[in-house]
Write a protein that binds this ligand. Structure first.
Ligand code: ADP
Ligand code: MG
Length: 297
């Protein structure tokens, strides 16, 4: 393609809210035959909500949520925010704030722990509990499986190292996610999902959206490694993500595409920014790249 064609291509992209950072990005996009999708905030809306609570100890829901919220109010994670928001519904009107937590620790990709009213509280996934030798009884395991089977994320709560309850958190698919995956398939572009979330939920979401290959419980380096593996298999890979945890993979990919509503770090790491955060703009970007580089079948 001539420099003029590239300028026209990036210009057309810009008018549609697809920011292409240079000719190399556009050329690579014209060759993409595999797209790695992050789950949370990319395929899903990224606005999790607590939709159910299962108490597994005899206690008032109100007291349960005081412990949970006092621990989670210190976390920036979207799941933590959803939990605190939900906990407000059970709050005593006389107490304007949550009790102070001490010894707060945030364990990336797993959850949080803190001391609240002399009790040790942990909120997070199965890995968090197992790493602290907290046993997950049959009942809790059954609730988790049930929740994950309907594409929700089960968050475990322990009080003094005993599981006290499970919160079901829902983060629905973005409208149109299905169509985008199937249109890409018809363009001979393979879709893969990588996520820090658990395998059960990840597989349920993947099934809903029509993606067959899933990598779950993936730390940021694991996401980037997956991209490299695919490249070593001969694929030209695009990575689509929104989070800090996606930035190594966005850099590793032939084309990193950041969701506009995502974190600044992801946007900086990417070659293409989908300003409107619409998944359909992935197709627009690739079509535009193919037209610019005469790769129309
Ligand atoms: P994702 O890639 O889905 O954003 P993360 O790597 O941030 O996932 O977290 C993975 C999992 O760790 C979450 O799905 C959740 O189960 C658990 N987790 C992480 N942070 C928290 C938190 N503050 N409270 C509860 N659970 C958490
Ligand atoms: Mg994400």
């Amino acid at each position: 393609a001539t420099p003029t064609a590239v300028m026209v291509g990036t210009g057309v992209g810009a008018t549609h809210g697809v920011l292409i950072k240079g000719g190399q990005a556009l050329e690579s996009a014209s060759k993409v035959n595999c797209i790695v999708f992050d789950k949370t905030g990319t395929l899903t809306l990224g606005k999790p909500m607590v939709v159910n609570t299962r108490l597994l100890q005899k206690m008032a829901l109100k007291d349960f949520f005081v412990f949970v919220a006092a621990a989670e109010v210190n976390s920036e994670h979207p799941i933590a925010k959803a939990i605190v928001e939900h906990a407000k519904k059970f709050k005593d009107e006389q107490n304007p704030s949550w009790p102070e937590a001490s010894n707060f620790v945030s364990i990336s990709g797993h959850g949080v722990k803190a001391i609240v009213q002399n009790k040790e509280i942990m909120v997070g996934n199965k890995k968090l509990m197992l790493d602290h030798n907290i046993s997950i009884a049959v009942e809790a395991a059954e609730v988790l499986a049930e929740v994950e089977g309907i594409a929700q994320t089960g968050i475990l709560v322990s009080i003094d190292r005993e599981i006290a309850g499970v919160l079901a958190v829902s983060d629905p698919l973005k409208p149109g996610a299905n169509e985008v995956v199937s249109i890409l398939k018809s363009m001979k572009i393979r879709g893969i999902m990588v996520t820090g979330d658990n395998w059960g939920t990840a597989n349920s979401i993947a099934r809903q959206v029509g993606i067959e290959t899933v990598i779950a419980e993936a730390q940021p380096e694991a996401k980037a490694n997956k991209v490299n593996d695919l490249q070593n298999c001969g694929y030209t890979v695009a990575m689509v993500g929104d989070g800090i945890n996606d930035s190594p993979a966005l850099v590793a990919a032939d084309v990193g595409m950041a969701i506009g509503a995502g974190t600044d770090i992801a946007i900086e790491a990417a070659d293409i920014v989908l300003v409107k955060s619409n998944l359909e703009d992935i197709i627009l970007a690739i079509d535009l790249a193919k037209k610019t580089f005469y790769r129309i079948r």
